[in-house]
Write a protein that binds this ligand. Structure first.
Ligand code: CA
Length: 227
């Protein structure tokens, strides 16, 4: 059982989602305003927060801006434009659902986020056959050590911190380049194509997918290692 905070002001939708998740065995607190949500967050440790953006006393993104939420955040909103999605992801949301959505899909996304959040933060991150030690920056595929250039390693590290999640261009650029460094318009693409080459060369079983107009996603290659 997980403790879930649902911040949603819509009169029937809030109750419907809360009931659905309770039937799935979770403890659900329902807040109808930003203030009520903030008060609960100050008192209770939640495993997952479902956050509506259009709330009567403000914008749900405020909570992300203020870094008020330690738990994974699934944003629920009717706003579906690309720039707003990117803002939500950049502010620290872990996933995003545009209303209207099927409750079954919401349930599946919640399970994924809860599973991902389980356990203490690890320094050893694994994906496909690739293993990366965040502390020593050592890279292994199978049992074989290999190395990357500084840029490629930084890029991989930034994406390994968000496995299976979209990394926006903005997120990657802030991870890779500090303010003092001039960044060419194609610097990220260049670094990314070199990293892809290295991942393929070392047979890591992972790939970088381009999410057009948004960013990149690092994931284990499907059907890999079966033949
Ligand atoms: Ca609303």
């Amino acid at each position: 059982m997980s403790r879930i905070l649902l911040i949603e002001d819509h009169p029937s939708l809030g109750g419907t989602i809360a009931e659905y998740l309770r039937r799935a065995g979770h403890a659900v607190d329902l807040a109808r305003t930003l203030a009520a949500g903030r008060a609960l967050l100050a008192d209770v440790v939640f495993d997952l927060v479902l956050l509506d953006l259009g709330l009567p006393d403000g914008d749900g993104l405020e909570l992300l801006r203020q870094k008020a939420v330690a738990a994974p955040v699934l944003v629920l909103t009717a706003r579906g434009t690309l720039s707003e999605r990117i803002e939500g992801l950049d502010r620290g949301a872990d996933d995003y659902m545009v209303k209207p959505f099927a409750l079954e899909e919401l349930g599946a996304r919640c399970r994924t986020l809860l599973r991902r959040a389980g356990g203490a933060p690890k320094t050893q991150v694994r994906l496909g056959r690739l293993s990366f030690d965040m502390a020593t920056q050592a890279l292994e595929t199978g049992d074989i050590r290999f190395d990357l250039s500084r840029r490629e390693r930084q890029l991989l590290m930034a994406m390994m911190q968000r496995p299976g999640k979209i990394c926006t261009r903005q997120y990657l650029e802030t991870q890779l380049y500090d303010q003092s460094e001039p960044v060419g318009p194609n610097a990220l693409e260049t670094a990314m194509s070199r990293l892809r080459l290295q991942l393929g060369r070392h047979d890591c079983g992972v790939e970088v997918r381009t999410i057009r107009g948004v960013g990149y996603l690092l994931e284990a290659r499907r059907n890999d290692g079966q033949g």
